[in-house]
Ligand binder design. Structure first.
Ligand code: AMP
Length: 284
């Protein structure tokens, strides 16, 4: 496993790579969710590249860029047994040198949900993902359904810009009590951690109601709000039932949809989602 920080060094390596190349973009502080993407990539490719970069452009001015958890040594220890070929971990100055002035914006899909609460977030994501896809030129890049809107934004960008990389979306990995794994879960104190599974319980309630035949979106949103209201520690930011392709809010479910939730729990912001009426996807 070779760790690379310098983009100029990387440029000498990329032309030597042979076979199917895969990329797993991450911000580090790795957990089993990230490792599930790495394992899938390892199975499906010859060269596996993990990108670790806490991207300042996707954090708002009042967000947690400075205190986002980082532990490079631990990340490398977790990746070694997974037989990763390259860990590409550039510095902020390498990725955004003086004079950098390009932004990639995916207009409509970036507006609702996370985009409404985190202005500029998805242009930060799209810009850095575009740069890493250009640098690594992977056949396949692996993303987690956990960040459902991000998957849509990145897929749209790749399609719109004619980038040849295939985007693969992998299922959300959860703790035994349903809480989606996230690097930010370390921020939770024990009391907050105890109520955090309500997020997945709210999503499961919606999934069960849809399986029982409910198709009206507003009652489904109401179910999520009711479950989340069980703890005063949870402050709801959105409980959405949106079209799975456009992210427009549904009035009635006529096809695949995404139920998604964002909450504040103390100082921590958590998001999660499940797909509805999308049997072939298998992502949960
Ligand atoms: P992050 O480091 O949080 O930017 O995540 C890097 C990649 O891992 C993104 O594609 C995430 O969607 C994915 N990911 C994060 N958490 C999970 C999880 N619990 N299950 C599956 N994928 C995840």
């Amino acid at each position: 496993m070779k760790v690379i920080q310098s983009i100029s060094e990387w440029k000498t390596i990329r032309p030597t790579l042979q076979g199917r190349v895969s990329l797993i973009p991450t911000m580090g502080f790795l957990h089993e969710g990230h490792l599930s993407l790495v394992r899938r990539a390892r199975k499906e490719s010859d060269v596996v590249i993990v990108w670790i970069f806490v991207n300042p452009k996707q954090f708002g001015p009042k967000e947690d860029f400075d205190k986002y958890p980082r532990n490079r040594e631990r990340d490398l220890e977790l990746l070694r047994p997974e037989r990763v070929d390259y860990v590409f971990a550039p510095t902020v100055e390498e990725v955004y040198p003086p004079g950098f002035q390009t932004t990639v914006a995916v207009e409509m899909l970036s507006k609702p949900l996370e985009g409404a609460l985190r202005p500029g977030h998805f242009s930060g994501v799209a810009t850095v993902v575009a740069k890493m896809l250009c640098l690594t030129q992977p056949h396949t890049a692996y993303f987690g359904q956990k960040d459902g809107q991000q998957c849509l934004v990145v897929s749209r960008m790749v399609q719109d810009l004619g980038i040849l990389t295939e985007i693969v979306v992998c299922p959300t990995v959860r703790d035994a009590d349903g809480l989606a794994l996230s690097s930010r879960n370390v921020y939770l104190n024990p009391e907050e951690r105890a109520v955090a599974p309500l997020i997945y319980q709210a999503l499961e309630k919606v999934r069960a109601a849809v399986a029982d035949g409910e198709r009206e979106a507003e009652p489904l949103r109401g179910m999520m709000r009711a479950v989340l209201a069980r703890s005063p520690l949870l402050s709801l930011q959105y409980a959405s039932i949106a079209d799975a392709k456009t992210l427009e809010e549904c009035t009635r479910l006529n096809g695949p949809a995404m139920a998604s939730i964002a909450v504040r729990l103390g100082q921590t912001r958590l998001i999660d989602n499940v797909m509805l009426l999308a049997p072939s996807q298998g992502a949960h």
